[in-house]
Each structure stands twice: as C-alpha cells, then as structure tokens.
Write a protein that binds this ligand. Structure first.
Ligand code: GDP
Length: 453
C-alpha cells in the first residue's frame, strides 16, 4: 500500500450525537478549502496559527451552520500540516453536509488513523507514541489511561532512545575494529561491551516482564472462578459485580457456559469469569461448558478455586497454574459451617480465603488481595509499562539477540559476527519506535484507529 499524503483530508473527529461535533481537515489545501465554504470576519488565509474564528459555513447562499474554526498552520499542528478544525452543532445532517462541501472543494475522506499516521510520518511522534493515541482513546479505566498516557508523552520512546544510543556506541566501536581488521586490534574492549550489553539486557528484560501487568491493566485483569457445581461461584460473581448477572440456583450444573462480568475496582478493570464447574459429565452441553472453563483458566491471571466449607477435597484437579498466574483457594458458605478451624485442606500451600458469598462476609478481604496482586501504582507513578503485544514480541526478540551477543563475547567471537547481533538488537528496538517499519505494518496499526484520529 502506498500512502498518498499530498491530499487534503477531512473527517469527523467526534461521534455524532453530542451537542457539538468537530470536523477536521489537514493538508496543504485545508485553509483554502475552508475559505471557500466559510464566511467569517476575514479570510482564513490571512489568519495566524493557533487562532479561533467565528462565522458561518455556507452552501452557496444558504447558511449551513454557525461554527467556530480553530486554525493551525504547518508545522505547528498535530499532523505538522495546515489543519483546520470546525466546531459545529452535532447533527448528523450538519456533519455530512460540511464534509460533502469540503470534498466537493477538493478534500478527500480520511482513512482510519490517517491524521495520526501523518503526524508519525512527519516525525511529530514515534510509532509507539502513535499507538498510544489509539490506546488513550480506547482506555476505559484509570490504570489503562495512565499507561497509555505515559507512552504517548514519550517516556517509553525516551527509554528506547537511550538503549539505542548505547547500541550505536557499541556498533561504532565494532565498526572501527572492522576498518582495521588486518591489524588485528580490538578497539572495543570486550569487558566494556559485556557491561553495556548487560545493562541493555536488564532493561529490555524488565520492559518485557512488565507486559504481563500492562496487558492485564489494558485488557482487564481476568479472574476465573472455578470449582465444583453448586459451591457458590455464581453467587460470588454477582456479589463482586454488585448486580444479579449470573443465574444462581441449587441445581448442580446450572452455569453451563462461562459468564463474564466486568467491574472497575479502584481504577483497574477486572473481568470475572464464572465458569462451568470442572467435573466429568456425559451431558454434551456441559462438556462444552467445561472446555470453555479450561480455556478461561488458561487465560486467567487469577484463579479462584472455590470449595464449600467442610469439603474435604484437598487439591484442584486437572489444572496447574503457570508462573504468571495466581491461584487462591476460596472456602465458601462459612455462614453454614460452625467452625472453619477444622478446614481439612488447610495445610495446602495455596492462600486460602474464607467467605460467605451470600452474606458478603470475607469478600472485602478477597478484593484487597486482588488489588495487591494487580498493583497498578507503578502505572500511576509514570513508570513505563509495556501493554502492546507487538512491542512485547519485539522486546522478546531483542532479548534473544542480546543473549546471543553476550554468548558471542564469552566464546570470543570476532567483531563482524558480533556486529550482526548488535544490528539485530537495533532492528527489533527500531520496530517499536517505527524507525524500522514497512507500509504493511503501518497499515495494520493505523487501520485499527478510528476515523478522524
Ligand atoms: P455455582 O453452581 O457454583 O455457581 O453455585 P451457585 O452460586 O448457583 O450457588 C448454589 C447454591 O448455594 C445457591 O442456592 C446459593 O444461594 C447457595 N450459596 C451460595 N453461596 C452461599 C453462601 O455463602 N452461603 C450459603 N448459605 N449459601 C450459599
């Protein structure tokens, strides 16, 4: 795909239906096109950058709407091009009319994300910042917003830039060595190289390790509630959600399918999944539910293994959590049990919480545990947390290349082979910032944006 960035583009930047809407134009003819449909006190082509203009949008002699225009001249605009934003009344008719007037005077409808793509191509932001713009728009919680905001403001780009500078230093030392290959000298002190690479590896590792939290905060922390039928899973889900969403009944196997409820707890979105119990059954429908349970268990960050007080089952059969997952044992219906100190499975090494899903007893303590397992404070403090699968993949590849470079130093590999590893690391870091990219990658990133951004 070849981008045509010489056109002037137009798109609504707000959803129709509000009191006002904003229609955005960007490109070399943005001001001229606007002048041909706008009547204000003076022509826009005489206006300075970052100015507001009140007037009417005209369709010939007919007034379409009275509007306020914000005008930004290149390069002092979001896209770096001449940009005009028309604030009109938010009627679908008005929006469509203004856009069709603009296109009839030479503008073209913008593609999804085209304004931001232009900003990226003009060097106003790097690719990770451009992606953060989409994340900001999609963010539905304080923590998801905090991560995207840090990334959009360039903290992540700054980190990667610092890593890049170190890599460039290593690469140039090695280049120098190659220039004098015949003289068999080592300009690049191998100990210094090892030290620099170790620093970079530490940072790349901690960035890639942050993805587990970043992804959970961005997509919602998945909590699967599993256990035998009738232990009270649906009741707990309803209590956590504060509304009766899951069907509660005392007929075993009522919850045949997985039911998901999304709740915001202290700025973090949790996705609680009430699963069909894990048990063997001949019922085909229930078998399907159990399959979904297994899928939910694999994806969950927190797994609640729920039992009834007095249940002697001492292990959670059929599933072993990974190192990224936390399993908590929930002993429910303590309101019915006289004494929980005789809990037969007490000695198991899984943290146990005693609750009554019905009365709510102990549920607050459980929620406190969720909060400490998903500590979002780093996000609020502006720490860089990786939340994009694309970045995570690139970091993993950079990490592999870093390890290979360190091994190469250990076994005394020559400078030219070492250079190749360094180029690989720079390549993978460069794909995150967009220094290295292809039109296909850009197309796939920006097509996920909304129109008008
Ligand atoms: P699920 O099959 O695991 O989803 O279980 P349900 O949530 O449908 O609950 C099964 C039955 O146990 C229902 O009659 C609930 O009212 C009851 N129940 C759930 N939690 C409690 C509790 O904490 N105390 C008591 N006494 N009953 C409960």
């Amino acid at each position: 795909m070849i981008f045509n960035d010489s056109d002037t583009i137009v798109a609504p930047a707000t959803a129709v239906g509000g009191a006002l809407c904003v229609i955005r134009l960007s490109g070399k003819d943005a001001i001229a096109i606007c002048d041909s449909i706008f009547q204000g006190r003076k022509p826009l082509n005489q206006a300075k950058t970052a100015t507001l203009h009140y007037g009417n949008i005209m369709d010939g002699k007919e007034v379409v709407d009275d509007v306020v225009i914000s005008l930004f001249r290149a390069p002092h605009s979001y896209t770096s091009e001449d940009t005009v934003e028309i604030s009109a009344h938010g009627s679908r008719y008005i929006v469509n009319k203004i856009i069709s007037l603009a296109t009839s005077h030479g503008a073209r409808l913008a593609e999804a994300g085209e304004f931001t793509r232009r900003a990226f191509l003009a060097g106003k932001m790097d690719l990770s910042q451009a992606e953060a713009v989409a994340d900001i728009i999609a963010s539905s919680s304080h923590s998801a917003h905090a991560i995207a905001s840090t990334q959009m403001r360039g903290a992540y780009s700054g980190e990667l830039q610092a890593l890049r500078e170190k890599l460039v230093k290593i690469a140039s030392l090695l280049e120098l060595e190659l220039d004098f290959a015949e003289e068999d000298v080592e300009f690049a002190d191998r100990e210094e190289l090892r030290h620099l690479l170790s620093i970079i590896l530490d940072r790349v590792s901690s960035l890639s390790d942050s993805f587990s939290l970043g992804n959970a905060l961005k997509e919602g922390v998945m909590v699967a509630i599993a256990g035998r039928p009738n232990v009270g899973k649906s009741t707990l889900l309803n209590r956590l959600a504060g509304e009766d969403r899951a069907m509660v009944s005392d007929i075993a196997g009522t919850t045949r399918d997985t039911i998901e409820i999304t709740t915001n707890i202290d700025g973090v979105i949790y996705r609680f999944i009430d699963t069909a119990g894990l048990h063997s059954t001949d019922d085909q429908l229930e078998q399907m539910g159990i399959k979904r349970t297994e899928q939910a268990l694999r994806k969950a960050r927190i797994i609640l293994w729920m039992q009834e007080a007095g249940d002697t089952e001492s292990s959670f059969e059929g599933f072993t959590p990974t190192s990224d997952q936390t399993m908590l044992r929930i002993v429910n219906k303590i309101d019915l049990a006289g004494d929980i100190s005789d809990d037969s499975a007490q000695e198991c090494d899984i943290p146990t919480f005693y609750i009554s899903a019905k009365s709510g007893k102990g549920v607050d303590t459980l929620i406190e545990e969720f909060k400490s397992l998903t500590n979002a404070s780093a996000a609020y403090q502006g720490e860089v947390i990786v939340s994009s699968q694309r970045h995570y993949n690139a970091l993993l590849q950079a990490r592999a290349a870093l390890k290979s470079a360190l091994e190469a130093i250990d076994i005394g590999i020559s400078g030219d082979l070492l250079s190749e590893d360094i180029r690989q690391i720079m390549y993978h870091v460069g794909t995150i910032t967009g220094e290295i990219t292809s039109s296909e990658i850009l197309q796939s990133i920006f097509s996920q944006f909304c129109i008008g951004k």
